[in-house]
Design a protein around this ligand. Sequence first.
Ligand SMILES: CC(C)(COP(=O)(O)OP(=O)(O)OC[C@H]1O[C@@H](n2cnc3c(N)ncnc32)[C@H](O)[C@@H]1OP(=O)(O)O)[C@@H](O)C(=O)NCCC(=O)NCCS
Length: 293
Amino acid sequence: MWDIREYRESDLESLLECWKRLGRDIPYFFPVSPRVWETCLLHDASDGEPMFEDLHTVLATDRGRVVGFVQYGQPRFAWDERGKRYRNPQIGVVRQLYFREGHDKAGEALLAEADDRLARFSRTHAFYHALGMSCTAHHGKLHHSQRHVHRLLRRQGFQVEHKNVYCVRDLECVPLVADSSVWIRTTAETKGERFDIWLGREPVGGARVRHVDELTDGFTPDTAYLSWIGVDEPFRGRGIGAEFLRLLVKFLLGKGYRTLHTDTATENWIARRFYKKLGFQEVGETRSYVRAW
Ligand SMILES: CC(C)(COP(=O)(O)OP(=O)(O)OC[C@H]1O[C@@H](n2cnc3c(N)ncnc32)[C@H](O)[C@@H]1OP(=O)(O)O)[C@@H](O)C(=O)NCCC(=O)NCCS
């Protein structure tokens, strides 16, 4: 018989075990130490600021064993259509909802708990694309392998808001061909690097990489995450992105990385062809959801 109750400090290890078990097929559920997991789960911050005004974590247990959990609340900030961050958004967020397949009743009870507390908002996001967890390199969307969670959200009136494809590249696989006129300037940032891409004397784009091990307490020493790449429009289609990627692969291999993750919108066919051409494999679709009354 299962039970629903608020998370307690003593649940940390069993919740982490549950998260790992549920995330076996999810490429961005990176291994993580209990200490960092607790920080990511309960005290996650963006630019030093806590992400949530109030964050609730509720567990479903079956004979004392965690079989699922939900996290929900009101975020402190959100982003508008132009990507500008604003404060005090009047939205509810189901940050994560995971439960074991075959435990649909527990899943329903977890979501109902969140719905009750978020009923004051006319709009609720689930797996809100802008608020992941730091130990997932902030990729907060639901992986398509969690079909039972997707079905529950749809039954409860949530619509898919954004779809992405998640991509992984083995850095040691195919070496890429060099073109010496492109070069990069690297700037160290907290937990990663920013790259400015130059063609001769001209700045033509940029990119940003996160070091996943700095988000997981050193548990993923070989994995980096390309969170953004852009070549300025007039310079696209001239091989600059491909050459940047070659330089990036070289740079990351030099630092001991072996795997590069990234993701892009499902409908961004140009980026998808770009990543495929450059040796990335698509390893699943990920989705965020919204429900508005
Ligand atoms: C994706 C992006 C970085 C590619 O950079 P780029 O310098 O234009 O790419 P390249 O010229 O090096 O092309 C490399 C390969 O990508 C694919 N590609 C690039 N542009 C393409 C296009 N317009 N149509 C189809 N395929 C394309 C091709 O396979 C190409 O190889 P090929 O020319 O031998 O066929 C660039 O289009 C961009 O900045 N887009 C906007 C931002 C974005 O979507 N970023 C990625 C998601 S965060």
